[in-house]
Design a binder for this molecule. Structure first.
Ligand code: ADP
Length: 405
């Protein structure tokens, strides 16, 4: 059953190698792709089963990463010790066993027999520095492998090993990143209680319950109070973002009328716009335009953008909101005639903590966390957000959401 001269098999081999090569730079969803690789090997090589095991350095055991064509009973027959089984492959060279029932290198010969496995080819998965596991092929009959077959499988194992190593490193980094974020959020949460307590004590002092204060003392206490308020706001913003990232609602089945959400947000903010001397135009289509997302998420997006437009548009200006649909998308545009942004600042506007010079002058207490959060939510809903702006003239934020299918 050689594969070396069959052009169709050669093509399949090349395709598989190409696919695995592409996986090297990919970080997510490795398991389904391992399934694809194992099944492809079975199809191309005409073998009974394939397994991929990764070496656990601490226990010196080979842990199953994926298997195809093998029964659950066989896969979970017992721990696979690195120095009893697959020792040869772990030294770095392919190892072939013609008959698993009699070869001393097979740790579970009886189980292999019961499973109907006869010949076994083990290939090392060589990472950048050391062997990280093995790729194993099992046949249902005595069957040697040709040189070409072994060369093909070795090339596949070499590329697959790098993908697996990358994925493992990525997982470790992800875990570390999560642990770091969890710690920061726990600290942020813990800091809120003493900050509130300090504010309470300041209020007691300011109200004169512990003695009459001079005007200067009152002013200083007021300043301390506002500083703490500002810290509390950062903490609340950070905790909001963290909560959304870690407990994101599954919004694939929640559809909302964007018209209603916009109207609700406009009703909420129209008084503050009026009070600031701004006009507000709202252009909503007659027909309801639906997007996928939770009410909380859409509310956060709209409230943030409208608050910014009001905050960064001087008296006498205008804010306009428009909703429309085209092709498979829903478009929302919010435009203002406010302070705008210069070309350099436009590219930073979605960065954490970014604030333009003019914005800081208008509102010294802003945090620069609203827009990055809005962007994360929009993208989480499968949408995009872009900004066009001219310094001193105004800004326009364009949001595109996919229409539910
Ligand atoms: P904050 O308003 O607290 O500063 P945001 O993340 O909402 O935080 O906004 C970040 C920065 O983006 C603002 O400080 C401002 O420089 C700029 N920005 C946001 N919206 C507008 C707008 N409508 N017009 C001009 N600049 C804006």
């Amino acid at each position: 059953m050689g594969i070396d001269k069959d052009p169709e098999s050669s093509l399949q081999q090349l395709r598989l190698l190409n696919q695995v090569a592409k996986d090297i730079t990919s970080t997510l969803g490795l398991r389904p792709r391992l399934g694809f690789v194992c099944q492809s090997i079975i199809d191309i090589m005409g073998v009974k089963g394939v397994s991929i095991r990764l070496l656990d350095q601490k226990t010196n055991r080979l842990e199953l990463a994926f298997a195809s064509g093998l029964s659950e009973e066989y896969i979970h027959k017992g721990p696979v010790d690195a120095d009893k089984s697959l020792a040869k492959a772990l030294e770095g060279a392919p190892h072939f066993v013609l008959d698993a029932s009699t070869d001393p290198g097979i740790q579970y010969p009886e189980e292999a027999c019961r499973e109907g496995l006869v010949s076994v080819l083990s290939l090392p998965l060589k990472g950048r520095e050391k062997v990280i596991g093995t790729l194993r092929l099992y046949t249902g009959e005595r069957r040697p492998f040709t040189r070409d077959e072994i060369d093909f499988l070795s090339a596949l194992a070499a590329q697959g090993a790098i993908s697996l190593e990358n994925a493992r490193n990525y997982e470790v980094l992800e875990k570390q990143d999560k642990a770091k974020n969890d710690f920061i959020m726990m600290m942020t949460h813990e800091l809120k209680a003493p900050m509130m307590a300090v504010q309470g004590l300041l209020e007691v002092m300011q109200k004169g319950y512990v003695g009459v204060l001079t005007e200067k003392q009152k002013e200083l206490i007021g300043r301390i109070y506002r500083r703490i308020d500002s810290l509390m706001e950062v903490s609340t913003n950070l905790l909001d973002i963290y909560e959304w990232q870690t407990k994101r609602p599954d919004t694939r089945s929640i559809s909302l009328s964007m018209n209603e959400q916009i109207q609700k947000a406009v009703d909420l903010f129209k008084t503050s716009a009026l009070e600031k001397g701004l006009t507000m135009d709202v252009d909503l289509p007659d027909q309801d335009l639906i997007v996928m997302g939770s009410e909380d998420e859409i509310e956060k997006i709209l409230n943030n953008l409208i608050t910014n437009a009001i905050k960064y548009t001087p008296k006498g200006g205008n804010i306009s909101l428009a909703l429309s649909a085209s092709g498979g998308n829903v478009f929302f545009i919010i435009k203002d005639t406010g302070i705008g942004l210069n070309d350099q600042d436009i590219s930073k506007v979605f960065d954490d903590f970014f604030r333009s010079k003019e914005a800081k002058r208008i509102d010294p207490y802003g945090k620069g966390l609203g827009l990055p959060f809005v962007k994360q939510i929009v993208e989480g809903l499968g949408g995009t957000i872009r900004v066009k702006s001219e310094e001193g003239k105004g800004s326009e934020f364009l949001l595109v959401f996919p229409k539910p299918g």
